[in-house]
Design a protein around this ligand. Structure first.
Ligand SMILES: [Zn+2]
Ligand SMILES: [Zn+2]
Length: 268
């Protein structure tokens, strides 16, 4: 199953241009099997995600993208924002208590610098520094393909995932229609509800995938081996990172590079 684990809707995420209904329709149209709504520090009421699921006959799950001082975390299995969640150690305790799951979003943010990437020694040191972040000691995976990340930024995330031996995930980090389904995460087991997803994420049974347009329609292109997942190809270097499936219009991951103008501001 192909699930986008990281998408934002307006108004719960105020930097998103996507209304939930249009997001679900687009996710279905591009060939995804499900989405996980991850608003910035926000949570959906399970009643509302269930309503969307039933109305559109499509898997819609609720999670959150929590902004901690140590980085953005996609958290699965928590249901509300509690003061203290700006610290990763606090999120860790909550996740352990609830037996939830965590994937580190866009690991390149605030850790990847273009200038240092040009020198192999400096690049290696930059990867090592990123890997020292305590969030990697308790997360279950790393977002190695972010739909709004530049190829070199995603390649850096893949290096982090490989260095730490953590499984990689793909997601659109959609804030606009064209971001939906740029990357997704592939699961072998059927995912019917959040608990199924959490179980598979905790077990590391997932891999990044891209949906690519072809003559026959959309084709799934597994990116296995590029995210540090089981059976990963060794010796893959940053220079060998795959080309993005679609032109990357909005770079840098969520919270960067998108400013809503009066002209294209969504209703509501
Ligand atoms: Zn983010
Ligand atoms: Zn995001």
């Amino acid at each position: 199953m192909l699930i986008d684990l990281h998408v934002h809707t307006y108004p719960r995420s105020d930097d998103s241009y996507l209304m939930a209904e249009e997001l679900v329709k687009q996710a279905k149209a591009v060939g995804l099997d499900g989405i996980c709504l991850t608003e910035h520090d926000g949570f959906w009421d399970p009643k509302d995600t269930r309503y969307l699921s039933e109305k559109h006959d499509f898997l819609v799950l609720g999670a959150s993208e929590v902004n901690t001082e140590e980085g953005h975390l996609l958290v699965f299995g928590l249901d509300r924002y509690v003061f203290g969640m700006h610290r990763a150690s606090f999120v860790r305790e909550m996740i352990e208590e609830r037996r939830g799951a965590v994937i580190v979003a866009h690991p390149y943010r605030r850790t990847f610098w273009e200038e240092q990437a040009r020198d192999p020694v400096a690049y290696r040191a930059m990867v090592q520094r990123a890997c020292e972040n305590p969030i990697y000691r308790f997360c279950h995976g790393v977002e190695t393909f972010n739909g709004r990340g530049l190829p070199q930024q995603n390649a850096f995330s893949q290096e982090v995932s490989r260095t730490l031996g953590l499984p990689g995930a793909g997601s659109g980090d959609a804030h606009r229609l064209e971001d939906v389904g740029r990357y997704a995460t592939e699961f072998d087991a059927p995912i019917r509800e959040l608990r199924d997803l959490i179980r598979e994420v905790r077990a590391g049974q997932f891999r990044p995938a891209a949906l690519r347009p072809s003559r026959e329609g959309l084709r799934v292109s597994p990116l296995a081996g590029l995210g540090g997942n089981k059976g990963a190809l060794s010796g893959h270097t940053a220079a060998g990172s795959p080309r993005p499936a679609y032109p990357l219009l909005h770079q840098g991951g969520c919270g960067q590079g998108t400013q809503r103008s009066e002209l294209d501001s969504p209703p509501g």
